[in-house]
Design a protein around this ligand. Structure first.
Ligand SMILES: [Zn+2]
Ligand SMILES: [Zn+2]
Length: 303
């Protein structure tokens, strides 16, 4: 089970009732925060979720509306007496930017570790989730991220019995352990059926639409994507500022065959994003013109 909260839905500047775009994922006792602009702490507080269990912070890019809330967030985590190390992930150069911001957030009771992404595509594991970073097209280096929770196949007692595997080893193999007994090695795949559909969340903001976004978001249970403008005549502006319209985001969602699309990162010039719901759903019916604080609890499908 993965909990997702879209803490804010604003782009460029926070507004009353619209904090800057940021997402938090909770899985298995760990929290992952994606982007932390000005005011993300307040949005988190409104959500009632704690910053203390944030084990990983991931940044799409180093524009202020996505990272300027970091020093305050670090201080709050320090004041909550967090001791465990924090991993910060972002585009190449993130270490230098965060170390600069730390000039105003010194003396933290926890270590910060860094992971800089340089390649166009990169996969890594955090907190039991597989993360795929993919470079998108903005006016500075920017990445989108997919988070996947894989699900092993069902235990197959018949297969285990046929291979003569001692019943005492079954539960350990089922839990994913590899066991060696008297020079014989038993692996979990020997007792499990084909792997089952897991869970996938893709977060992508500050970019023009690209094929790679649809490819990486493919089959997501939830695709959170920027939609800077709802007005159809703003396409040129979206192109100029390297952002997307609602309709471009919905087209990507349709291509990627995701279950649900949540729009985010609205222009401050857009007072009522929901006014465009009907038009955008004509392209992708599973679109939600999201508001701050929207949450979902993603669960594995029933067998
Ligand atoms: Zn932005
Ligand atoms: Zn940006």
């Amino acid at each position: 089970m993965i909990d997702v909260a879209l803490l804010g839905t604003g782009g460029m500047m926070p507004l009353p009732n619209r904090w800057l775009s940021s997402m938090m994922l909770r899985y298995n006792g760990s929290s992952i925060l994606v982007d932390c602009g000005e005011g993300t702490q307040v949005a988190l507080k409104e959500q009632g979720w704690s910053p203390k269990p944030i084990d990983v912070m991931i940044f799409t890019h180093m524009h202020a509306d996505h990272i300027s809330g970091l020093p305050g967030m670090l201080l709050t985590m320090g004041n909550a007496d967090r001791r465990e190390p924090l991993l910060i992930v972002g585009p190449k150069g993130i270490t230098r930017v965060v170390e600069g911001l730390r000039m105003i957030a010194r003396d933290l009771p926890f270590e910060i570790e860094y992971k800089e992404i340089g390649a166009n595509e990169e996969s890594f594991d955090v907190c039991g989730l597989k993360v795929e970073a993919f470079r998108v097209c903005h006016n500075v280096t920017c990445y989108g991220y997919s988070f996947s929770l894989e699900r092993a196949g069902k235990f197959d007692a018949k297969r285990a019995r046929e291979q003569g595997i001692d019943i005492k080893l079954w539960s350990r193999l089922q839990r994913g352990e590899t066991i060696t007994v008297d020079d014989m090695t038993f692996t979990p795949d020997m007792v499990l059926g084909p792997s089952r559909k897991g869970l996938k969340v893709t977060y992508c903001t500050d970019t023009r639409p690209l094929d790679i976004i649809a490819r990486k978001a493919e089959g997501s249970d939830l695709f959170i994507c920027e939609g800077m403008y709802g007005e159809k005549d703003m396409l040129d502006k979206a192109k100029e500022h390297k952002h997307m319209t609602f309709y471009e985001a919905a087209t990507l969602a349709k291509k990627a065959e995701v279950k649900e699309l949540w729009l985010t990162h609205y222009s401050p010039s857009l007072p009522n994003p929901k006014a465009y719901t009907k038009e955008v759903r004509e392209i992708f019916p599973g679109t939600v013109v999201a508001k701050d604080g929207r949450t979902v609890e993603l669960k594995f499908e029933e067998d």
